[in-house]
Design a protein around this ligand. Structure first.
Ligand code: EPU
Length: 346
């Protein structure tokens, strides 16, 4: 077991930022993880990296990067039409989705093709097309970086919300390694009419286009994959981190004010008199789609996605700040970045 030094992370982040980590180690077992926590050089930063699909490096990492490569998917219990599966943190999210679909298990189909790993999924409570990780989540196992102690977090303790969990709060952020996640899927679908989330407009349209009469996890997954492929760029071709901003949530009163000035504003009504606004629509309506600025570009099919067009993470952040200013000036709304943006750590 050994740390690699001056390790280039270009292949370990989907934005393809070419930055160096002082130390790098990829762990495949709990023992290797504990070894690396005990033996890592004393540096301020100890960063846990999964697929690197929700992180923006703007400079070299002056510290230790630990890459979670723990593998394994096990069905631990099956009863009453549901199945509990335990998945190691380093498993690629989409391989898990495929694994479940091949077995006819339902629950993950709308989350098809999301980049990243299973261990990273709870941190921002990944979501797409009306489903979020928390809908199928049971519990997770994590190791505390400071002490090496193992702990279980149940669903309540994770405090999930839209693109949020306890692991994004100051108290927990960057302090835990998620080593495995327990999910509860459906092994028998009794009523397909209520068994699948088809409410999202684009899904309904694609199902109609395909003349689908009987739903299955496989069909839903195929539909989601084709929608995503149409709008979201493959990081292998166009380096990106998916949505760069969260969709902002405002009060009903603020929404009424904004809508008066911008009647076309795409929005979704939420609980507690709050409204979620489509950040992609706002950015698009200001003419940003397809614009390139100093080596960073707004994707020409989805304005919420920013691409590294040669300038690296800092260029993408500079572009994102221009967009934020424009949106604040025009709509009075602040767009919060979705990925973790890492600056210089000294
Ligand atoms: N829109 C535009 N122009 C654009 C982009 C969007 O007018 O350039 C409009 C669309 O026409 C639509 C609305 O804005 O009416 C919402 O767009 P879309 O359905 O593409 O979804 P989104 O809100 O932009 C969110 C998630 C995605 C997820 C999709 C589908 C966030 C931050 N993003 O995007 O998640 O795949 O919904 O559920 O919530 C990610 O997190 O990285 C991600 C890709």
């Amino acid at each position: 077991m050994m740390f690699q030094t001056e390790f280039n992370l270009v292949g370990n982040n989907t934005l393809a930022s070419s930055v160096q980590a002082d130390y790098f180690y990829s762990f495949s077992t709990q023992e290797e993880l504990l070894w690396s926590l005990e033996n890592k050089p004393e540096k301020q930063l100890c960063l846990i990296l999964g697929g690197g699909s929700n992180i923006v490096f703007t400079s070299d990492v002056n510290g230790v990067v630990l890459h979670n490569a723990m593998q394994g998917i096990t069905a631990v219990d099956e009863s009453d039409g549901s199945v509990l599966i335990e998945v190691a943190g380093g498993v690629e999210w989409h391989s898990l989705v495929q694994w479940s679909i091949q077995r006819g298990y339902a629950g993950l189909e709308n989350l098809s093709l999301i980049p990243g790993t299973v261990g990273a999924a709870p941190i921002q409570n990944i979501g797409a097309y009306g489903v979020e990780l928390c809908d199928v989540f049971e519990s997770l196992e994590a190791v505390e970086i400071k002490t090496g102690k193992c702990r279980q977090f149940n669903k309540l303790q994770c405090d999930f919300a839209y693109r949020h969990s306890v692991f994004k709060t100051l108290e927990y952020r960057g302090k835990w390694v998620i080593t495995s996640v327990m999910l509860k899927l459906r092994s028998a679908i009794l009523n397909t009419a209520v068994g699948f989330q088809t409410g999202y407009g684009e899904i309904e349209a694609e199902l109609a286009r395909r003349n689908v009469t009987e739903l299955s996890p496989q069909i839903m997954s195929d539909v989601v994959v084709s929608i995503r492929r149409r709008k979201l760029p493959d990081p292998a071709d166009l380096p990106n981190v998916g949505s760069f901003f969260k969709n902002p949530i405002v009060s009903d009163v603020d929404f009424q004010r904004i809508q008066q000035q911008h009647p076309g504003m795409v929005n979704y009504t939420m609980a507690e008199q709050r409204v979620k606004l489509a950040a992609g629509w706002m950015i698009d309506s200001l003419g940003w789609k397809g614009r390139e600025m100093d080596g960073a570009k707004v994707h020409d099919k989805q304005a919420l996605v920013l691409i590294n067009a040669g300038g690296g993470g800092q260029a993408v952040v500079n572009l994102s700040e221009c967009i934020q200013k424009d949106v604040v000036n025009s709509f009075g709304v602040f767009l919060e970045p979705e990925p973790l943006i890492l600056g210089a750590f000294k």
